[in-house]
Design a protein around this ligand. Structure first.
Ligand code: 3HC
Length: 346
């Protein structure tokens, strides 16, 4: 059974043995230069300035960004599968066209994010190797099945809605390429969320069977979506440092709470019940109280034992293997173009 722990090798390429620098004590001059770089970096973080790829950065900051951005990229491309499953069965041409565009957008988000992570010195092959070998994490939410057409609308409304809540603050992330990629991604995610909600509104105006289908999908997705924000703050090992570095701006629990508060009125307009008997407005806190999340289920899913983990990974590896000829053809075409332009220059 695979796990999803991210383990990017230190070597230059997958399959090559990792090359580790032999540690040697720093000279006094080197130590002073290092301290000055660290001070400059800390000052930039404190001033809320952007760190760019060519800037000096602590290795731990670089590693954290590669971890988070690559996990995010993997989530986008694995996230194409649950909805892609419905492209051939969408109930009308209009819904099919929307779904095709949405799934394509998710693939594009993965590509922007892999490019942002590559600026930190990790190759796309290394990141994909982490995903395909089961060492890298991707979002737990994409290991749940899409059983009904209504699941597609609920993914748009709740999963993309949760993703926006989490990702809008990342537009202010301290690392420039990640922040800039997120601005475009969030615009597209916002469209995804609205199309999901609009599709559900149409279904709720339909037959009793359609309304039951929407309620069934909401019942199955609600709790995994709340868990998707990550472990409670007290059990989140990366949060404190991520916030210190301006990578993470709002904590997992705060984002989860904001999402619940924003979603309850939307559910009311839609006419669905959120499946939580403890969900109620707390006048004193001016926020909703909600029931306990099943963290055992969350960790089982993160660690490879969710409902669809094996299927998602196998489908991803198959698509990558079968797409090898496309990558080879693109490289051969680029080489030909390069040779042609060199000939023209000569
Ligand atoms: N699924 C899988 N793993 C998760 C997780 C989830 N929903 N939530 C947390 N984890 C993992 C973390 O990656 C971390 O593991 P690691 O240390 O081995 O990398 C561990 O659980 C502890 O969590 P922390 O809260 O300490 O970790 P972070 O501070 O990194 O916070 C995060 C986790 C909130 C997911 C943060 O990394 C983040 O904001 N990432 C960027 C957004 C992202 O990746 N979203 C994924 C969904 S993308 C999407 O939904 C696509 C769209 O099209 C719908």
């Amino acid at each position: 059974m695979y796990t999803q722990s991210l383990d990017v090798p230190d070597g230059d390429a997958p399959g090559k043995p990792a090359l580790k620098a032999v540690a040697r004590p720093l000279s006094a001059a080197d130590a002073a230069a290092q301290a000055a770089l660290q001070t400059r970096f800390d000052e930039r973080i404190d001033a809320d300035a952007k760190i760019e790829p060519q800037d000096w950065m602590p290795e731990a900051y670089r590693k954290t960004l590669v971890r988070q951005i690559s996990q995010h990229a993997h989530s986008e491309i694995i996230g194409m599968q649950p909805e892609g499953n419905w492209i051939s069965r969408a109930p009308s041409l209009k819904r099919k066209a929307i779904l095709l565009a949405k799934v394509q957008d998710e693939g594009g988000h993965g590509l922007y994010l892999y490019s942002a992570a590559e600026t930190l010195g990790t190759s796309r092959e290394q990141m994909l190797d982490g995903l395909h070998s089961g060492r890298a994490k991707y979002s737990s939410i994409f290991n749940y099945p899409t059983l009904l057409w209504a699941d597609v609308g609920v993914i748009g409304w709740l999963v993309d809605g949760a993703a926006i809540m989490n990702q809008v603050p990342i537009c202010r992330c301290s690392f420039g390429p990640y922040a800039r990629a997120m601005i475009r991604i969030c615009k597209e995610e916002s469209f995804h969320q609205r199309q999901g909600y609009e599709s559900l509104l149409a279904q709720m105006k339909g037959t009793p069977a359609q309304r039951d289908m929407v309620q069934d999908a909401v019942n199955r997705w609600w709790w995994p979506v709340l868990a998707m924000f990550g472990p409670p703050d007290a059990d989140s090992p990366n949060s404190a440092q991520g916030m210190r570095w301006g990578i993470k701006r709002i904590s997992n629990d705060e984002l989860r709470q904001k999402f619940v508060d924003a979603t309850v009125p939307q559910a009311r307009v839609l006419g669905v019940t959120l499946p939580d008997p403890h969900l109620k407005w707390n006048e004193a806190r001016q926020q909703h109280d909600y029931g306990a999340i099943d963290w055992d289920e969350f960790w089982a899913t993160v660690n490879g034992n969710g409902p669809c983990n094996q299927e998602r990974l196998a489908t991803r590896v198959k698509a990558h293997t079968e797409g090898q000829w496309v990558r080879d053809a693109a490289l051969a075409h680029a080489a030909k173009q390069r040779a042609r332009s060199l000939k023209e220059v000569a």
